[in-house]
Design a protein around this ligand. Structure first.
Ligand code: MG
Ligand code: MG
Length: 255
């Protein structure tokens, strides 16, 4: 069942989205060589706390996880791309860091992720990040009334394929509302013109993730969470929570 949010509910999700965006911006500002992932988690934690927001990640334990998540952000470095646990690992110059954050305010959720380079970037990492952001923009542009869910996935997949990036469709976007993960699944690929017809009031997290490739398989670390490319190529992830409105897609996870 995919429910429609009222304009007032979307405003509440916008409030959560602002907090998430601020937390991600603070983490990006603090990320530097020598800083640990756990310290970055503290930075995000402070932003959530001072805004009266509740983490959606801490204590979360979906079916695939062997233990509850212990951070308020996912911090995935280099060949890790999703669900990275914030550990004592210290960032190094040239690392590619993927940060994901989810929070609720007054029971309404928002979910967003960014990828960026620490210190001196590698050209190929900048290109990977730019393409991932381009895929997110293409997915958002397809999130309009009258389109179908498959149009979002197809738009994302087209960008990744054109750039020759490694893709895996196991994880993707999702409905967002009172819970972080609601129906429907929003795929990062597939054929256009299929699936749920989009209506004003739908709110989705759209979240492409790619590897420099060519591999498309992953391994999970012993921590039960951190998802890493099997061939150790680097990955990037970009995510926004987006409301479909009569005036077009509205990104909720901006400052
Ligand atoms: Mg997320
Ligand atoms: Mg998400």
């Amino acid at each position: 069942m995919v429910d429609l949010k009222t304009p007032a509910e979307i405003e509440q999700m916008r409030a959560a989205g602002r907090v998430v965006a601020n937390a991600l911006a603070a983490v990006k500002k603090s990320a530097a060589a020598g800083v640990s992932l756990r310290e970055l988690d503290e930075v995000a934690r402070d932003v959530l706390r001072s805004a009266g927001a509740v983490s959606l990640f801490e204590g979360y334990q979906p079916g695939f996880a062997t233990s509850p998540f212990s951070g308020v952000i996912c911090t995935s470095v280099n060949d890790a791309v999703l669900h990275g646990l914030p550990t004592d690992l210290r960032l190094q110059d040239g690392d590619l860091l993927n940060v994901d954050c989810g929070a609720s305010v007054d029971g309404w959720c928002a979910d967003s992720a960014i990828s960026f380079c620490v210190g001196t970037p590698r050209a190929e990492d900048l290109e990977l990040i730019a393409t991932t952001e381009e895929a997110l923009a293409a997915g958002i542009a397809a999130a309009v009334e009258g389109n179908r869910i498959g149009d979002i996935g197809a738009a994302i997949g087209r960008v990744g394929k054109r750039a020759g990036l490694g893709t895996n469709l196991d994880f993707g976007g999702h409905g967002v509302g009172r819970r972080m993960h609601e129906e429907p699944h929003v795929p990062n690929g597939g054929r256009p013109g299929r699936g749920l017809r989009l209506r004003a009031g739908h709110v989705f997290a759209i979240e492409p993730w790619f590897w420099t490739g060519p591999g498309s398989t992953y391994v999970i670390d012993d921590d039960g969470w951190t998802l890493r490319s099997a061939d150790h190529t680097r990955g990037a992830h970009a995510e926004h929570t987006v409301a479909i409105t009569a005036d077009g897609p509205r990104i909720l996870t901006v400052p």
